[in-house]
Design a protein around this ligand. Structure first.
Ligand code: NAD
Length: 275
């Protein structure tokens, strides 16, 4: 595979480029994931909340690719940690996916007002200890939430999967995470189509200079920044485009021009307010 791997603090390796299945209709998911695997992706990011774990599992089996060659992530749905049903939810995810271990299990959102996430994390540590989760991590955690885990629990999250794209670059969080050995994984890496990212001058200029599509420039910027990245598309030609990132390199000037697009502005929900 042309995709570089990153070694997590668990000692396990993650392919830096993966494929996300948020908002992929369950009726389409098996076909979409089979296409992604054929294109070459070996890292699939789903969540219980996406309602397509079973269809992801069906695609994994249909592909015939050995289990150990595919990196699979899923996430604990908010209502399960609220209900203190973390163990049950984890077992049901494994069952739906048809797997006996996950490569990465994430707390989907911290839901700080409920104050469950430290307890939930202690349960996650048992999944790491018994090997059913090769690595454990979090998603949508703000610095104060990470600080509590660092202070009150034993295992440092392997990753924090957060909203991250050129107008919301998460500089402060990335620096904090780098200091603590937590890898940054970017969700909505293409801005979820919520603003005209591909029309921005810095992106257009780099795309023209390298003879590639704007989406490829943005994903290449993520890789060169050091982010783990999981773009989504239902369309095979875009899946292939988003995987074709290893035949060009952005210059320091092109990277700086994209860095300068940061407005520190989210397009998704603020984790502090989601409960
Ligand atoms: P994204 O930024 O990957 O955008 C996806 C959209 O971009 C597609 O629907 C398509 O319209 C467009 N697109 C994709 N490739 C393109 C191309 N080559 N050219 C033009 N347009 C293209 O947004 P996303 O799907 O929300 O994020 C990626 C993944 O991150 C998700 O599928 C999911 O796995 C994960 N995610 C996690 C969270 C979380 O809370 N942890 C939240 C959102 C997404």
């Amino acid at each position: 595979s042309p995709v570089p791997t990153i070694v997590l603090n668990s000692g396990k390796s993650i392919p830096q480029l993966g494929f996300g299945v948020f908002l992929v209709d369950p009726a389409d998911t098996q076909r979409v994931v089979e296409d992604a695997l054929e294109v070459g992706y070996r890292h699939i990011d789903t969540a219980t909340g996406y309602n397509n774990e079973a269809e992801v599992g069906a695609a994994l089996r249909a592909s015939g690719i050995p289990r150990e060659e595919i990196f699979v992530t899923t996430k604990l749905r908010n209502d399960h940690h609220k209900a203190r049903d973390v163990e049950g939810a984890f077992a049901r995810s494994l069952d739906a996916l048809g797997l006996d271990y996950l490569d990465l299990y994430l707390i989907h959102w911290p839901m700080p007002a409920n104050d469950f996430y430290v307890d939930t994390w202690r349960t996650f540590e048992t999944f790491a200890a018994d090997g059913r989760a090769a690595s454990i991590g979090v998603s949508n955690f703000l610095i104060p939430h990470l600080q509590r885990l660092l202070a009150e629990t034993d295992i440092v999250p392997a990753v924090n999967q957060v909203e991250l794209h050129p107008i919301f670059q998460q500089r402060e969080l990335r620096a904090f995470q780098a200091e603590h050995g937590i890898q940054t994984e970017a969700w909505g890496p293409l801005g979820q189509g919520k603003y005209d990212l591909f029309g921005m001058q810095a992106i257009q200029d780099a795309a023209a200079a390298h003879g590639v599509q704007p989406a490829q420039v943005v994903l290449r910027w993520h890789l060169q920044t050091g982010n783990i990245v999981i773009p989504k598309s239902n369309r095979r030609e875009r899946m292939a485009q988003n995987f074709d990132l290893f035949g060009f390199e952005l210059s320091a000037d092109e990277m700086a021009a994209i860095d300068a697009l940061d407005e520190n502005r989210r397009v998704g929900g603020n984790p502090a307010d989601i409960n």
